[in-house]
Design a protein around this ligand. Sequence first.
Ligand code: ZN
Length: 258
Amino acid sequence: MRKNVFSKIICCCGAFAVLTGLVWAGDKLDAAAQARFASAEVSAVPRHIQVALDAGHGGMDGGCVSVDGTPEKGINLDIALTERELLTVMGYDVSLTREEDKAIFDEGITGLAKQKQSDMKNRLAVFDSAQDFAISIHQNQFTDSRFSGAQMFYSRRNSEGERLAAALQKQFVTLLQPDNERETKPVDDELYLLDKTDTPAVMAECGFLSNPEEAALLESDEYRRQVAFTIMTGALVYTGGDRAQYTEPVVTDEETAE
Ligand SMILES: [Zn+2]
Protein backbone atom coordinates (compact mmCIF):
# COMPACT_ATOMS: atom_id res chain seq x y z
CA MET A 1 0.00 0.00 0.00
CA ARG A 2 2.67 2.42 1.11
CA LYS A 3 4.83 1.39 -1.80
CA ASN A 4 1.91 2.08 -4.09
CA VAL A 5 1.43 5.60 -2.70
CA PHE A 6 5.14 6.22 -2.91
CA SER A 7 5.34 5.08 -6.48
CA LYS A 8 2.43 7.35 -7.37
CA ILE A 9 4.13 10.32 -5.71
CA ILE A 10 7.37 9.46 -7.44
CA CYS A 11 5.51 9.00 -10.70
CA CYS A 12 3.89 12.44 -10.44
CA CYS A 13 7.16 14.09 -9.42
CA GLY A 14 8.86 12.38 -12.32
CA ALA A 15 6.26 13.63 -14.78
CA PHE A 16 6.54 17.13 -13.39
CA ALA A 17 10.29 17.02 -13.72
CA VAL A 18 10.03 15.83 -17.31
CA LEU A 19 7.55 18.57 -18.23
CA THR A 20 9.62 21.25 -16.50
CA GLY A 21 12.69 19.95 -18.26
CA LEU A 22 10.96 20.01 -21.62
CA VAL A 23 9.90 23.61 -21.14
CA TRP A 24 13.36 24.61 -20.04
CA ALA A 25 15.17 22.74 -22.80
CA GLY A 26 12.80 23.76 -25.57
CA ASP A 27 14.51 23.96 -28.95
CA LYS A 28 17.83 23.03 -27.41
CA LEU A 29 16.88 19.35 -27.44
CA ASP A 30 18.59 17.57 -30.30
CA ALA A 31 16.63 15.50 -32.81
CA ALA A 32 17.43 12.19 -31.13
CA ALA A 33 16.27 13.43 -27.74
CA GLN A 34 13.12 14.86 -29.25
CA ALA A 35 12.39 11.49 -30.87
CA ARG A 36 12.90 9.82 -27.47
CA PHE A 37 10.33 12.08 -25.79
CA ALA A 38 7.93 11.70 -28.68
CA SER A 39 8.01 7.93 -28.33
CA ALA A 40 7.62 7.97 -24.51
CA GLU A 41 4.20 6.78 -23.52
CA VAL A 42 2.62 9.64 -21.59
CA SER A 43 -0.59 8.61 -19.87
CA ALA A 44 -3.17 10.62 -17.93
CA VAL A 45 -4.22 9.71 -14.41
CA PRO A 46 -7.14 11.20 -12.54
CA ARG A 47 -6.27 13.68 -9.82
CA HIS A 48 -8.48 13.89 -6.79
CA ILE A 49 -11.48 16.12 -7.30
CA GLN A 50 -11.57 18.75 -4.56
CA VAL A 51 -14.91 19.43 -2.96
CA ALA A 52 -16.13 21.67 -0.13
CA LEU A 53 -19.23 20.71 1.82
CA ASP A 54 -21.01 23.15 4.08
CA ALA A 55 -23.44 21.99 6.76
CA GLY A 56 -25.61 25.10 6.99
CA HIS A 57 -25.95 26.96 10.32
CA GLY A 58 -24.65 25.42 13.61
CA GLY A 59 -24.21 26.38 17.26
CA MET A 60 -26.40 29.30 18.26
CA ASP A 61 -27.80 29.45 14.73
CA GLY A 62 -30.21 26.56 14.33
CA GLY A 63 -31.61 27.62 10.96
CA CYS A 64 -35.25 26.83 10.28
CA VAL A 65 -37.20 24.50 12.53
CA SER A 66 -39.46 21.56 11.73
CA VAL A 67 -43.07 21.34 12.85
CA ASP A 68 -41.98 19.27 15.86
CA GLY A 69 -39.20 21.67 16.81
CA THR A 70 -36.16 19.97 15.21
CA PRO A 71 -33.69 22.59 13.94
CA GLU A 72 -32.24 22.31 10.47
CA LYS A 73 -28.60 22.53 11.66
CA GLY A 74 -28.40 18.89 12.85
CA ILE A 75 -30.04 17.52 9.70
CA ASN A 76 -27.61 19.50 7.56
CA LEU A 77 -24.62 18.24 9.54
CA ASP A 78 -25.70 14.62 9.38
CA ILE A 79 -26.17 14.76 5.60
CA ALA A 80 -22.81 16.55 5.17
CA LEU A 81 -20.92 13.95 7.26
CA THR A 82 -22.45 11.07 5.28
CA GLU A 83 -21.73 12.94 2.05
CA ARG A 84 -18.09 13.23 2.99
CA GLU A 85 -17.87 9.47 3.53
CA LEU A 86 -19.51 8.74 0.18
CA LEU A 87 -17.48 11.17 -1.84
CA THR A 88 -14.25 10.10 -0.13
CA VAL A 89 -14.89 6.50 -1.14
CA MET A 90 -15.42 7.72 -4.70
CA GLY A 91 -11.97 9.27 -4.62
CA TYR A 92 -12.86 12.91 -3.96
CA ASP A 93 -10.94 15.13 -1.53
CA VAL A 94 -13.59 16.58 0.76
CA SER A 95 -13.33 19.57 3.10
CA LEU A 96 -16.10 20.37 5.55
CA THR A 97 -16.90 23.80 6.95
CA ARG A 98 -17.88 22.22 10.28
CA GLU A 99 -17.93 18.72 11.76
CA GLU A 100 -19.86 19.47 14.94
CA ASP A 101 -22.73 21.55 16.23
CA LYS A 102 -20.99 24.89 16.33
CA ALA A 103 -20.54 28.11 14.42
CA ILE A 104 -17.04 28.66 13.05
CA PHE A 105 -16.36 32.32 13.83
CA ASP A 106 -12.85 33.37 14.89
CA GLU A 107 -11.99 33.17 18.57
CA GLY A 108 -12.41 36.33 20.60
CA ILE A 109 -15.14 37.85 18.44
CA THR A 110 -18.11 39.07 20.44
CA GLY A 111 -21.57 40.14 19.38
CA LEU A 112 -23.92 38.04 17.28
CA ALA A 113 -23.65 40.14 14.11
CA LYS A 114 -19.84 40.09 14.09
CA GLN A 115 -19.75 36.38 14.94
CA LYS A 116 -22.09 35.64 12.03
CA GLN A 117 -19.92 37.75 9.71
CA SER A 118 -16.77 35.90 10.76
CA ASP A 119 -18.55 32.54 10.51
CA MET A 120 -19.60 33.22 6.91
CA LYS A 121 -16.13 34.48 5.97
CA ASN A 122 -14.60 31.26 7.28
CA ARG A 123 -17.10 29.15 5.37
CA LEU A 124 -16.27 31.15 2.25
CA ALA A 125 -12.56 30.41 2.75
CA VAL A 126 -13.35 26.67 2.71
CA PHE A 127 -15.38 27.11 -0.48
CA ASP A 128 -12.61 29.12 -2.13
CA SER A 129 -10.03 26.49 -1.25
CA ALA A 130 -11.93 23.76 -3.11
CA GLN A 131 -10.68 23.57 -6.66
CA ASP A 132 -13.68 21.88 -8.24
CA PHE A 133 -17.02 22.50 -6.56
CA ALA A 134 -18.83 23.27 -3.32
CA ILE A 135 -22.23 22.40 -1.91
CA SER A 136 -23.99 24.11 0.98
CA ILE A 137 -26.57 21.83 2.57
CA HIS A 138 -29.76 23.37 3.96
CA GLN A 139 -33.43 22.68 4.63
CA ASN A 140 -36.23 24.96 3.58
CA GLN A 141 -39.26 26.49 5.27
CA PHE A 142 -42.39 28.26 4.06
CA THR A 143 -45.55 29.64 5.60
CA ASP A 144 -47.70 27.25 3.54
CA SER A 145 -47.04 23.73 4.86
CA ARG A 146 -48.07 22.13 1.56
CA PHE A 147 -44.79 23.09 -0.08
CA SER A 148 -42.26 20.26 -0.37
CA GLY A 149 -39.33 19.08 -2.48
CA ALA A 150 -35.66 19.83 -2.96
CA GLN A 151 -34.46 22.88 -4.86
CA MET A 152 -30.97 23.88 -5.95
CA PHE A 153 -29.73 27.50 -6.00
CA TYR A 154 -26.68 28.79 -7.86
CA SER A 155 -25.00 32.10 -8.62
CA ARG A 156 -26.25 33.74 -11.80
CA ARG A 157 -22.69 34.56 -12.81
CA ASN A 158 -21.30 31.03 -12.48
CA SER A 159 -22.31 28.77 -15.36
CA GLU A 160 -20.54 25.79 -13.82
CA GLY A 161 -22.57 26.30 -10.65
CA GLU A 162 -25.66 26.23 -12.85
CA ARG A 163 -24.54 22.94 -14.40
CA LEU A 164 -23.90 21.44 -10.94
CA ALA A 165 -27.33 22.63 -9.75
CA ALA A 166 -29.01 21.01 -12.77
CA ALA A 167 -27.20 17.70 -12.15
CA LEU A 168 -28.22 17.67 -8.49
CA GLN A 169 -31.82 18.72 -9.17
CA LYS A 170 -32.19 15.99 -11.77
CA GLN A 171 -30.86 13.34 -9.40
CA PHE A 172 -33.28 14.42 -6.65
CA VAL A 173 -36.15 13.94 -9.10
CA THR A 174 -34.79 10.68 -10.47
CA LEU A 175 -33.89 9.02 -7.18
CA LEU A 176 -35.98 10.61 -4.46
CA GLN A 177 -38.83 12.87 -5.55
CA PRO A 178 -40.44 11.91 -8.89
CA ASP A 179 -43.17 14.54 -8.44
CA ASN A 180 -40.75 17.37 -7.77
CA GLU A 181 -41.25 19.99 -10.51
CA ARG A 182 -39.06 22.66 -8.97
CA GLU A 183 -36.52 24.34 -11.21
CA THR A 184 -32.99 25.30 -10.25
CA LYS A 185 -32.88 28.94 -9.28
CA PRO A 186 -30.25 31.61 -9.99
CA VAL A 187 -29.46 34.10 -7.23
CA ASP A 188 -27.49 37.32 -7.07
CA ASP A 189 -26.06 38.69 -3.83
CA GLU A 190 -28.80 37.39 -1.54
CA LEU A 191 -26.83 34.21 -0.82
CA TYR A 192 -23.41 35.27 0.44
CA LEU A 193 -21.44 32.06 -0.18
CA LEU A 194 -22.72 31.57 -3.72
CA ASP A 195 -22.19 35.22 -4.56
CA LYS A 196 -18.67 35.57 -3.18
CA THR A 197 -16.96 32.34 -4.20
CA ASP A 198 -15.54 31.68 -7.65
CA THR A 199 -15.78 27.94 -7.05
CA PRO A 200 -18.79 26.40 -8.82
CA ALA A 201 -21.23 26.22 -5.92
CA VAL A 202 -24.78 25.20 -5.11
CA MET A 203 -27.01 25.71 -2.14
CA ALA A 204 -28.97 22.48 -1.87
CA GLU A 205 -32.27 23.03 -0.09
CA CYS A 206 -33.01 19.33 0.43
CA GLY A 207 -36.60 19.67 1.60
CA PHE A 208 -39.17 21.68 3.56
CA LEU A 209 -39.20 21.32 7.34
CA SER A 210 -42.52 23.21 7.30
CA ASN A 211 -44.10 20.23 5.52
CA PRO A 212 -44.94 17.57 8.17
CA GLU A 213 -44.38 14.56 5.88
CA GLU A 214 -41.09 15.83 4.50
CA ALA A 215 -39.92 16.90 7.96
CA ALA A 216 -40.59 13.36 9.26
CA LEU A 217 -38.57 11.94 6.38
CA LEU A 218 -35.68 14.33 6.94
CA GLU A 219 -35.64 13.38 10.61
CA SER A 220 -35.08 9.71 9.75
CA ASP A 221 -31.54 8.33 9.39
CA GLU A 222 -32.40 6.29 6.35
CA TYR A 223 -33.86 9.18 4.35
CA ARG A 224 -30.91 11.42 5.18
CA ARG A 225 -28.59 8.70 3.87
CA GLN A 226 -30.68 8.59 0.69
CA VAL A 227 -30.37 12.36 0.35
CA ALA A 228 -26.59 12.11 0.75
CA PHE A 229 -26.43 9.35 -1.84
CA THR A 230 -28.56 11.40 -4.23
CA ILE A 231 -26.19 14.35 -3.90
CA MET A 232 -23.24 12.01 -4.49
CA THR A 233 -24.73 10.77 -7.76
CA GLY A 234 -25.31 14.38 -8.82
CA ALA A 235 -21.65 15.07 -8.10
CA LEU A 236 -20.64 12.07 -10.18
CA VAL A 237 -22.80 13.21 -13.08
CA TYR A 238 -21.37 16.71 -12.82
CA THR A 239 -17.74 15.59 -12.72
CA GLY A 240 -18.13 12.64 -15.06
CA GLY A 241 -18.68 14.61 -18.23
CA ASP A 242 -15.14 15.62 -18.89
CA ARG A 243 -12.49 13.51 -17.20
CA ALA A 244 -9.77 15.48 -18.95
CA GLN A 245 -10.20 18.44 -16.64
CA TYR A 246 -9.51 16.23 -13.60
CA THR A 247 -6.42 14.55 -14.95
CA GLU A 248 -2.80 15.40 -15.14
CA PRO A 249 -0.28 13.89 -17.52
CA VAL A 250 2.07 11.34 -16.05
CA VAL A 251 4.94 9.49 -17.59
CA THR A 252 4.99 5.80 -16.69
CA ASP A 253 7.67 4.43 -14.35
CA GLU A 254 9.39 2.81 -17.26
CA GLU A 255 10.01 6.10 -18.99
CA THR A 256 11.15 7.93 -15.84
CA ALA A 257 13.60 5.22 -14.74
CA GLU A 258 16.52 6.50 -16.73
ZN1 ZN B 1 -30.70 27.02 6.17
